[in-house]
Design a protein around this ligand. Structure first.
Ligand SMILES: NC(=O)C1=CN([C@@H]2O[C@H](COP(=O)(O)OP(=O)(O)OC[C@H]3O[C@@H](n4cnc5c(N)ncnc54)[C@H](OP(=O)(O)O)[C@@H]3O)[C@@H](O)[C@H]2O)[C@@H](O)CC1
Ligand SMILES: Nc1ncnc2c1ncn2[C@@H]1O[C@H](COP(=O)(O)OP(=O)(O)O)[C@@H](O)[C@H]1O
Ligand SMILES: [K+]
Length: 495
């Protein structure tokens, strides 16, 4: 599933017109596609209001109104912000009027069953002017089905915030400042703001309307199907060496539990062997929960002094590490190896040098990413896709920016949004399981990008399946990790 930023859509429009596709015909396709998706939601006796703005989003509304009227629906087409100003929207309005259809005056006392928002689309620049705010506010107070075209008015295409300045003293994000849709039909592809907050709360159910153009984008939504396709097969002749030895540098006397969780995530995700480089106390705790693990005692110290176990094919460092200085030295040593390296939690702190022989994967939550980038958490959350991509490209590493809709950005520009996972994961320990899974899957996949995508997707899927049966509130990391055998069984069966 493709995700398009506003800039890309503008480029696509220009390319299409160079290839002889007029904007008029794209708008026609948009309106017809919208009609096909929206008409099944309407009843013939419904009173439907289509509110159009002055740009091309309004133009889409004009075409939609024509199709709905031709099919016999009761539709009022209105321009509450005055008449269209773009050439294409004007052309479609002329054509609409030539069919003897009319434009009506908006009367706020009239009642409607359905309100369709074609006020503002990807041309939105915040803050909203008061005329739009008033219309949006009226819409949100009506007892009607609310449908948005492309994006809900008041929301930006690429960012999650609803006000222009993230540094504003009083952001005053009120519900009434964006159209609160029950459904949003996005043209050509999804826009990033569906997967950001608070914007994502305004979209309702979402679907994409094709406008007849070829789909290309290097930002995509991860799907279960892509996981099935890329998850490695185990052959019958496999031995424990086939799936490689993973190294996890994790845990300390203060935080043995993190290492336990990382070890559970790793041992259940396919690695042939697992070495835990950890403290004596943590090793005792891990051994009782994950008897399959082997140990490098005083692991962090030993590795930081340059002594690294042999024959490892993937490594991860960070969960439950307390000594940040030693962690940095250990990361330096691991970066000398030509293997994929996951850097998480304690090992991410104060990290500045990212040069490594093998692929580096960092797994920051928004707070950690804030420290790494020097930007506020608020700015990061509003612009997750773009900022993860930027960091990935700048430092030539893979970024897994965690949270609702984790973003996975690779240095070649390929970017993925993960739809799995729920707020039950927002508890200590969830990220530790992920780090273990990542390292183990890096050891078993030929392609490191597939390993990262699959680990992130499957981690969230386990949590989603857990809450179908049990409570999201009470779910803890060791609960959903128990579902790895069930979820991986499903994937292996479906391949
Ligand atoms: N390939 C595709 O996907 C295709 C997409 N298409 C469609 O085109 C849409 C993009 O159209 P667009 O570029 O004309 O911009 P659009 O969103 O209508 O907004 C511009 C208007 O909004 C106004 N405005 C802005 N900010 C404001 C504010 N804060 N407060 C108040 N007003 C504000 C601005 O006013 P201005 O500031 O210029 O006076 C101007 O009038 C896209 O979303 C999709 O629906 C299809 O038709 C064809 C193919
Ligand atoms: N609201 C949410 N929806 C989906 N996933 C979430 C949500 N909150 C957190 N997560 C996931 O839970 C994990 C939390 O990791 P992290 O913040 O590092 O926690 P910890 O280090 O305590 O284990 C990440 O994989 C993150 O994507
Ligand atoms: K809209």
């Amino acid at each position: 599933m493709y995700i398009h930023q506003a800039e890309q859509i503008k480029k696509i429009d220009n390319q299409a017109s160079e290839q002889g596709f007029s904007l008029f015909s794209l708008m026609e396709n948009a309106g017809r596609g919208l009609f096909e998706k929206i008409s099944p939601l309407l009843k013939k006796e419904n009173q439907t209001l289509i509110l159009c703005g002055r740009g091309n989003n309004g133009g889409d509304g004009v075409v939609l109104a024509r199709y709905l009227k031709q099919a016999g629906f009761h539709v009022s087409l209105v321009f509450p912000l005055s008449e269209p100003k773009t050439k294409t929207a004007k052309q479609h309005l002329d054509y609409y009027l030539q069919q003897d259809f009319t434009v009506e005056k908006w009367n706020t006392n009239d009642r409607y069953d359905v309100i369709i928002d074609c006020l503002l689309g990807i041309g939105t620049k915040l803050p909203l002017r008061s005329d739009v705010k008033n219309v949006v506010s009226w819409c949100n107070q009506q007892d009607a089905l609310r449908i948005a075209v492309d994006i809900p008015s008041g929301v930006q295409a690429d960012r999650g915030d609803l006000v222009v300045s993230e540094e504003s003293e009083q952001p005053n994000i009120q519900l009434n400042h964006a159209f609160l849709a029950d459904y949003t039909f996005s043209l050509h592809g999804y826009k990033p703001s569906i997967f950001l907050l608070p914007s994502g709360k305004y979209f309702g159910k979402t679907d994409v309307v094709s406008i007849g153009l070829k789909q290309t984008s290097n930002v995509n939504l991860l799907t279960e199907e892509s996981v099935w396709k890329t998850f490695p097969k185990r052959n019958d002749a496999a031995h424990k060496g086939t799936f490689g030895t993973s190294l996890l540098v994790a845990g300390s006397d203060e935080m043995p539990g993190s290492a336990v969780l990382a070890a559970i995530g790793a041992i259940r995700s396919g690695t042939g062997k697992l070495i835990m480089a950890t403290s004596h106390l943590a090793a005792t705790t891990i051994a009782s929960r994950v008897p399959e693990a082997t140990f490098m005692l005083n692991g962090l110290e030993t590795i930081s002094e340059g002594e690294v176990p042999e024959k490892i094919i993937a490594a991860g460092i960070g969960p439950g590490i307390a000594d940040i200085t030693k962690a940095q030295k250990a990361v330096d040593e691991l970066m000398k190896l030509d293997i994929p390296l996951v850097i998480d939690a304690g090992a991410l702190r104060e990290r500045k040098d990212w040069h490594a022989r093998g692929p580096v994967i960092i797994t920051p939550h928004p707070g950690e990413f804030s420290r790494l980038t020097g930007r506020s958490v608020k700015e990061i959350q509003a612009n997750r896709i773009k900022l993860a991509r930027k960091f990935s490209k700048k430092y030539d590493l893979a970024v897994v920016l965690k949270g609702k809709y984790s973003i996975i950005a690779f240095p070649n520009g390929e970017t993925f949004v993960n739809p799995t996972g729920n707020s039950g994961l927002a508890k200590g320990g969830s990220g530790d399981v992920l780090t273990g899974m990542l390292v183990s899957m890096l050891a078993t996949h030929d392609n490191y990008q597939d390993a990262v995508k699959n680990a992130v997707y499957i981690h969230g899927l386990c949590a989603d399946i857990w809450i179908e049966k049990y409570s999201e509130t009470s779910m803890v990391a060791s609960d959903f990790a128990q579902l790895l055998p069930e979820v991986l069984g499903k994937i292996e069966g479906n391949r």
